[in-house]
Structure formats: structure tokens, C-alpha cells
Design a protein around this ligand. Structure first.
Ligand SMILES: Nc1ncnc2c1ncn2[C@@H]1O[C@H](COP(=O)(O)OP(=O)(O)OP(=O)(O)O)[C@@H](O)[C@H]1O
Ligand SMILES: [Mg+2]
Length: 388
């Protein structure tokens, strides 16, 4: 039987736990009509918290209403890809049909080649905005007659794509002002989205509704395990369900990892049982899930941090519970003001949180264990990088 759990980035889980309110909000905004505030929204939160799957779920709401939904990632060339989707022409044909500048995104061309062409080859942002707006308007003329609209979702927003994001946002702003039937949702890691929101040109985006996705309640996680396991014809007792839910810490990615590896342990090896998820299978699954979490979340999350932010976390990992910020500064041999810069950055990224005044603890589950095991490795890699 296929494993019902989906520990894969962007994959819709069997049960989307704890996001009912956010889904309800967007559903209301769609039905509320043109100009509803919830039609301009952004999602942030730590890696693996479920931003991409939320974009999918919100997109489904619009699709159910007959809307055109276009999902894009904020990688170079996305405006052209959007225009291509709107005009119904495939991306590969876009370059020859709509605009000559799009020849930059010729499939198969090495990335370096397209970057080397330089910005002179791109149409100015204002032109791109206009092209996009025109394409949107044409499509909307038809859709609005049937009371349908267009939702654009933009994932992995980051400041490096700011020129195109400006073009997109400018066009969206105009379309909203023209009372067109549209919605725009973008998503990214907190610091990335913040850079974009704080762009001087994009003040309009500051009015977007913010959904900061976080942990989900453990009883909802427990219920999701019960439902998914039962729907796939296995039994599980209360104690095992509690152990599975506890092990996730309410962190969405961990729900899928724990579910996946536990299910797998119940299908293969000494813990296999055709009818029941045994405590032994759960224990094995949980252990495996923690290892995978390190590879898939902790490793990449640390790679994205500055050396000093990593050192801050390593200093915290020496404690068994919440760390005193003063003590961390001493361990880092820095003054508290300097250390505070990194504390603030890590809090913003949802990696740590303030437990009480002057104390912080890890927010990403099992990061402490991961750092204790792999900290030396990360430090060594940085030392090597700084020598190069
Ligand atoms: N609410 C949820 N309930 C259950 N599982 C979830 C939930 N949200 C996300 N997941 C699962 O967690 C994993 C990560 O989700 P997703 O890729 O959407 O995260 P993300 O926030 O986009 O991460 P990244 O920052 O790396 O892009 C997926 O396997 C997904 O199925
Ligand atoms: Mg994502």
C-alpha cells in the first residue's frame, strides 16, 4: 500500500492540520468580492512550516470557484512566464510570440549565459508591468463576465528578484484600483519577505494581510494521525498516537516525517504488522524522522545563516533548556548589544524564541540535538570557507 504521508517539500499532506482559519479567511475574501482586503496576502514562516502547501490550498479555493490560478516562483523571468500563462501560450513559445526580450529565458540556455546578457537587454520594469497588466486585463475581460477572476501566487519571494516583484506589484496595484476581480498571494521566509515589503517602491504591499504560519496544535496533529492511519486500514492505540503527536512538536514538516517513517516501519522489517502501528514501529519511525529532519531542514536552515548567527545557536546548544542571553554573549566573547543583533535575527526567522525576559530557546524542534551532533561539522566547514 502506498505510504499515505508526504514528507516532500510542497506536497499536499493527507490532512492539512491547523490551517482552517486561514483557509476560511481567504474563502471569505474570495466571496466578499472585489477589493476585499484578504485578496492581497502574504505567508511567512520558517522552513517546512507549510507555506507552499498553503499556497496550493488557497489556490484550490479559487479554482473551485472557476478562477484562473497561476502559480509562480520568484525566480528570474517569472513575469514573462506569467504573461505566457495568461495569454495561453506555453512558456517555450513565448519568446518568439509575445516579446523579443523573453528570448533570455530560452529553455536549456545556461543560467550564466542569460545573466551575462546584462540588464540592458531587459525591457524596463515599467514596460514589463504594462505588458503584464494588459495580459491580465484581457483575460479578466472574459472571466469577469462569468463572475470569475484571477489569482496569482508567488512562492519563494526574495529580494534578489525585486525588479520583477516591483513590476508585478505595480500592475497588481493598478488592477486593484481598477476594481478588477483579482487576488495576489506571495510567500517566503520571514527575512526575505520583509526585505521585499520594506522596499521603497512597494509601499503598497505593506497593506497586504500577513499570515505568519507557525506550529499547529498537538491535539489537531493527533487527530490527523488517527484519521490518516485509520483511513488506510491500520489500528493504533492512544498511547502510540500521543507519542507520535508529541514527537512532531506541532511542526508541520515533522508531522509528515514522523507519519512517513512510522508507516514505513509498520510495513517492513521486524516492526512490520499488517494491521497495527505498534509502539516499536512508532519508536523506530520517530527516531528515523529526527534524522531526516536534520538532513532536510536543520542543515539547509543553518546554511542560510550568517556565521555569527550559527555561533549564537551553537552557544545556545550548550544548555539543556532556555539560555540566558547575557550568558550567550559571554560565551561568544561579544558585548550584549552585538549578540542581540543575532538574537533578533534568529527570532525573526522563527528559529529561536524568547521564553522570558533575557532568555531564549530553540523553536525549530530538535535543533539543539542536531547542533550537538553536527555543530563541529558546521564550524569546520565555515573555517574552511573563510580560508578560501
Ligand atoms: N498544515 C500541515 N499539516 C500537515 N502537514 C503539513 C502542513 N503544512 C505542511 N505540511 C507538510 O510539511 C512539509 C513542508 O511543507 P512546505 O513545503 O509547504 O513548507 P514551506 O514552508 O513551503 O517550506 P520552505 O520554506 O522550505 O519552502 C510537506 O511535506 C507538507 O506536506
Ligand atoms: Mg516552500
Amino acid at each position: 500500500m502506498p505510504n499515505p504521508f508526504k514528507p516532500t517539500a510542497g506536497m499536499t499532506p493527507p490532512v492539512l492540520v491547523g490551517r482552517g482559519d486561514d483557509i476560511e479567511d481567504f474563502s471569505y475574501a474570495l466571496d466578499d468580492g472585489v477589493g476585499a482586503p484578504g485578496r492581497l496576502m502574504y505567508l511567512t514562516g520558517a522552513r517546512g512550516v507549510g507555506k507552499t502547501v498553503m499556497l496550493n490550498a488557497l489556490g484550490d479555493l479559487a479554482r473551485q470557484r472557476g478562477w484562473l490560478v497561476i502559480d509562480e516562483t520568484a525566480e528570474s523571468g517569472f513575469i514573462d512566464r506569467l504573461i505566457g500563462s495568461l495569454s495561453g501560450k506555453s512558456k517555450t513559445h513565448l519568446s518568439s510570440v509575445t516579446m523579443p526580450t523573453a528570448s533570455l529565458s530560452v529553455p536549456g540556455a545556461p543560467v550564466a549565459a542569460s545573466l551575462n546578457l546584462g540588464s540592458a537587454q531587459f525591457a524596463p520594469a515599467a514596460d514589463r508591468a504594462l505588458d503584464f497588466r494588459r495580459a491580465m486585463s484581457e483575460r479578466l475581460d472574459k472571466l469577469e463576465r462569468k463572475r470569475q477572476g484571477i489569482l496569482i501566487t508567488l512562492d519563494e519571494v526574495q529580494a534578489s528578484g525585486i525588479d520583477e516583484i516591483r513590476a508585478l506589484a505595480t500592475a497588481v496595484q493598478h488592477l486593484i484600483r481598477e476594481q478588477r476581480n483579482i487576488a495576489f498571494i506571495f510567500a517566503g521566509l520571514p527575512s526575505m519577505v520583509e526585505d521585499v515589503i520594506n522596499d521603497n517602491v512597494l509601499t503598497f504591499l505593506r497593506r497586504a494581510e500577513r499570515k505568519h504560519l507557525g506550529d499547529v496544535p498537538l491535539d489537531a496533529v493527533r487527530q490527523a494521525f488517527a484519521d490518516t492511519i485509520e483511513a488506510n486500514d491500520k489500528n493504533v492505540d492512544d498511547a502510540v498516537l500521543s507519542a507520535l503527536a508529541q514527537a512532531t512538536n506541532g511542526y508541520p514538516f515533522m508531522i509528515q516525517l514522523v507519519g512517513y517513517w512510522t508507516w514505513r516501519a509498520s510495513e517492513t522489517g521486524p516492526t512490520a504488522d499488517a494491521h497495527v502501528i505498534t509502539p516499536e514501529a512508532a519508536a523506530k519511525g520517530i527516531a528515523q524522522a529526527k534524522i531526516k529532519l536534520g538532513d532536510m531542514v536543520h542543515g539547509p536552515a543553518l546554511d542560510g545563516l550568517s556565521a555569527m548567527a550559527c555561533d549564537y545557536l551553537l552557544a545556545m546548544a550548550q544548555d539543556d533548556g532556555p539560555s540566558s542571553t547575557g550568558e550567550i554573549a559571554r560565551r561568544l566573547e561579544r558585548n550584549p548589544i552585538y549578540a542581540n543583533v543575532y538574537r533578533t535575527q534568529l527570532i525573526k526567522e522563527d528559529i529561536i524564541y524568547q521564553t522570558s525576559y533575557g532568555f531564549v530557546d530553540f523553536k525549530l524542534p530538535y535543533l539543539r540535538d542536531y547542533l550537538r551532533e553536527h555543530g563541529a561539522f558546521h564550524q569546520m566547514r565555515r573555517t574552511i570557507a573563510s580560508l578560501e
